[in-house]
Design a binder for this molecule. Structure first.
Ligand code: DAH
Length: 340
């Protein structure tokens, strides 16, 4: 009776073992056969009905059967796991013949390239690179630069005001004042930075752009120092054979004031479409620091003198790379910027 049952279970188990394909199914089968309510366990429970003499023999048979089934289950389980592993490795296989992923390397913006060149030139001449606040007091942006409340120069620079006394700086010239107020002379500094004006965007204007301010204050500084320094700068940026010329101009904080032109680096002064047939290209404003400006910043104009200059960074970048529209610098079209 028990023998028959065992044989039936063995046959059934054999068949089912062939059918199972997942670790979960193997587990279910193990429970169905060997678990607390499993078939083999049920047979062991039925042992009490077996006669005393037969019990050892039958017991041995059941145990053997149990071992056999356990071994078979474990064997099948290992088979299934191996197959799963194989399938996974197959799916994760790396095809070394595929083309590699391209790493897109960024690079410096044309503005930044131009700024670094400018900084290198001035650092080479012993200048310090300093920083100033973009949110500025009216005093530093205008008053202390000899631009009093009713001065027309204030209108020219349509300003973003923050309340009555604070504004987004319209020029980096205010950094001159901060430097002078520190009371450390000699001063030899450049101050690059962002400036803001309520300008409409077009090929040559942007409400946010960059300037590089320059200031030198010491005993015995003359216009000759200004000329020599800025000529060096122009050669450094636009090439050794670059000539410079100074045209009288007016800035409230310098006296005398000038604008500096460079000889056109395309036609070398002959006149071409790039320089609009002028032969010259305007690149910056400059002048000798106004005695009143020195005085307001507690520097004695009878002892000290100085020169200042303001460079439009975008202008330098546009000229250097012969870009004819400032908007291209800000649109951040990678296909465009990539070229520089
Ligand atoms: N701050 C002037 C501007 O924004 C530029 C400038 C001109 C700066 C002459 C100077 C200077 O330091 O001497 O138009």
């Amino acid at each position: 009776m028990i023998q028959e049952d065992l044989e039936r279970i063995r046959q059934e188990a054999k068949k089912k073992l062939e059918e199972v394909t997942t670790p979960e199914e193997i587990n279910d089968l193990r429970v169905a056969l060997l678990g607390k309510k499993g078939q083999i366990t049920a047979i062991l429970k039925g042992m009490k009905d077996v006669s005393k003499e037969d019990r050892p023999k039958v017991g041995q048979m059941v145990n053997e059967m149990r071992t056999e089934i356990e071994t078979a289950l474990t064997g099948r389980q290992e088979e299934i796991l191996a197959k799963l592993q194989e399938a996974r490795l197959g799916a994760e296989e790396i095809d070394v013949t595929l083309p590699a992923k391209k790493i897109e390397k960024g690079h410096l913006h044309p503005n930044q390239v131009a700024l670094r060149e400018i900084e290198d030139i001035f650092i080479g001449m012993g200048y310090e690179v300093v920083d100033g606040p973009e949110v500025e007091k009216d005093y530093y942006n205008f008053e202390a630069l000899n631009i009093p409340a009713n001065h027309p120069a204030k209108d020219e620079q349509d300003t973003f005001y923050l309340g009555t006394d604070m504004l987004l700086r319209t020029q980096t010239s205010g950094v001159q004042i901060h430097e002078m107020e520190r009371g450390r002379i000699p001063i030899r500094m450049i101050a690059p930075g962002r400036v803001y004006r309520a300008d409409e965007v077009d090929a040559t204007h942007s409400p946010v752009f960059h300037q590089v301010e320059g200031l030198v204050v010491d005993k015995g500084i003359t216009f000759a120092d200004l000329k020599g320094t800025l000529a060096e700068f122009a050669k450094g940026i636009f090439g050794e054979d670059t000539k410079v010329r100074f045209r009288p101009h007016h800035f409230p904080f310098t006296e005398p004031s000038a604008e500096m032109d460079i000889s056109c680096f395309k036609c070398h002064g002959k006149g071409c479409s790039f320089c609009k047939n002028e032969g010259w290209i305007e690149i910056l404003g400059c002048g000798m620091v106004h005695p009143h400006v020195l005085e307001m910043s507690h520097i004695d104009p009878d002892v000290y003198s100085g020169f200042a200059f303001g460079i439009g960074l975008e202008r330098i970048a546009l000229l250097k790379y012969e870009i004819d529209d400032m908007r291209l610098l800000y649109e951040n079209d990678i296909r465009f910027l990539k070229q520089f």
